[in-house]
Design a protein around this ligand. Structure first.
Ligand SMILES: [Mn+2]
Length: 451
């Protein structure tokens, strides 16, 4: 368990400098007509789920360099997530992968999670690998496979994942398919998509009450020529064909270079089909680096779309009180996100060089900073400048929010909830990694790749 005394001691040591920084930010925001306290309270609603596959060192296809004290099973992974939640107060849920983290006793695992103050977000199925003892191979696909028996096996697996998820208290399933082809001619491009949709229909038909199904696209890898669900358009076609409870999941690493991801997000919001996110960051491909580490402005612009949509559902958002009554008369006509706009926020990263707990602490902080900055966008001013086609001032309005140093605000939220002002420093001071390195001896677990 985390040494909370050490966390409090690091908080105490930083209190004076934190209060100075916070006061300076508060004064700066006041001049803009923004209440720091209001933004802190709005930021409280931003929570993100930790994937069960991110707590151990990941690796690349070339190798893996394990660290000390890696969790050996799902129980120890939950212990590590509880540490992240204790320090950030923003990660109360785990997104479980099956079969990598399939519980022997789901009720017992749910009880253990509850004892740590944790619950479960979307469960993830896996038909992109063959498991020991599996009857039929997914070498040439799962839902898209030409053999009906393989498709039936893949559907049955997804139904099993839903069954486990129900026992855990999950309310959604994320389906990423590796299905595709590496050579022209290998796969019939239209029929493979039709077969995939038919399998998804079978899974969708068995969704429990209140559940949602997320389809996750990815342009390439492992298929190098044609992936069945390669882009947001394909994902949207599937979600629209399936029905109201199907939606698209956007993994930030699953786009071709230079794709405008915030525009993808805006389109999915407009179609009422934005189901959730897998946050991470990338320079070249599906790199699964810490969210916000490579393209922080892109992350902010994505959060800006989310806050913009949420503010339509709940106009008080943005720390400025009531929305404008006049100004941009046309704006209200385009407000479509509506009440109930609540995408599932999840992380999907692979930590190869860093301590996974530290990497996730940094990630959560980056996500909260980006969201906080998006909360600071002066939406009345932006509406106004957009209506006037004042390009320079419209852009400057976004930049003003982005360039605000919100670190004291995010730290303040953590501390108000009993977390750490500086999570990585607090973790290091606690000695948690050293303690689990002593305790977790013996066989490690087989590391997954990433989704
Ligand atoms: Mn993913």
């Amino acid at each position: 368990m985390l040494d909370l005394q050490a966390v409090h001691a690091t908080n105490t040591a930083q209190t004076v400098s934190h209060q100075h920084d916070l006061a300076a930010l508060s004064e700066q925001l006041q001049r803009r007509g923004v209440s720091l306290n209001a933004v802190v309270e709005q930021l409280r609603s931003f929570e993100v789920a930790v994937p069960s596959w991110a707590l151990g060192t990941g690796g690349t296809r070339f190798g893996r360099f394990p660290g000390g004290g890696e969790p050996r099973d799902i129980y120890e992974k939950l212990d590590d997530v509880a540490v992240i939640h204790a320090l950030t107060r923003a990660t109360p849920r785990v997104s479980l992968h099956i079969p990598w983290d399939e519980p022997e006793d789901a009720a017992a695992l749910r009880g253990h999670a509850a004892s740590l103050g944790l619950g479960f977000d979307a469960v993830n199925s896996n038909t992109f690998q063959d498991q020991p003892g599996q009857r039929l191979s997914y070498k040439f696909g799962s839902f898209c496979h030409t053999d009906a028996a393989v498709r039936e096996q893949a559907v049955a697996h997804n139904l099993h994942v839903i069954d486990v998820g129900q026992q855990l208290g999950s309310e959604s399933i994320t389906i990423w398919l590796a299905d595709g082809s590496s050579y022209p001619g290998q796969m019939h491009l239209r029929r493979s998509f039709e077969r995939t949709l038919e399998c998804l229909r079978q899974v969708y038909a068995r969704l429990p009450e209140g559940w949602r199904l997320f389809t996750e696209h990815k342009p390439y890898e492992p298929a190098f020529y044609a992936t069945v669900v390669a882009d947001w358009g394909s994902s949207l076609m599937l979600a629209q064909a399936l029905g109201e409870r199907a939606a698209c999941l956007v993994d930030l690493g699953h786009h071709l270079p230079n794709t405008n991801i915030e525009l993808v997000v805006a389109r999915l919001i407009a179609a009422a089909k934005l189901g959730g996110f897998h946050f991470n960051d990338a320079k070249y491909g599906d790199d699964d680096l810490n969210a916000g580490s490579i393209k922080p402005y892109q992350l902010f612009l994505i959060m800006n779309e989310l806050v913009d949509a949420a503010s339509e559902a709940e106009p008080a958002l943005a720390g400025r009180g009531a929305p404008p009554s006049g100004g941009c008369a046309g704006a209200q006509n385009h407000r479509r996100a509506g009440p109930g706009f609540a995408p599932a926020y999840m992380i999907d990263q692979s930590h190869n060089l860093t301590d996974p707990i530290e990497a996730l602490l940094v990630t959560v902080d980056n996500l909260q900073r980006a969201y906080a900055r998006a909360l600071l966008v002066d939406r009345d001013a932006l509406d106004h400048y957009q209506a006037k086609n004042d390009v320079v001032m419209a852009e400057q309005t976004l930049r003003a929010a982005y360039e605000t140093d919100v670190r004291p605000l995010v730290a303040e939220l953590r501390e108000r909830q009993g977390g750490a002002l500086a999570p990585v420093a607090a973790l290091r001071a606690s000695g948690y990694r050293a303690a689990v390195t002593s305790a977790r001896t013996g066989a490690g677990y087989a590391p997954p790749q990433s989704l």
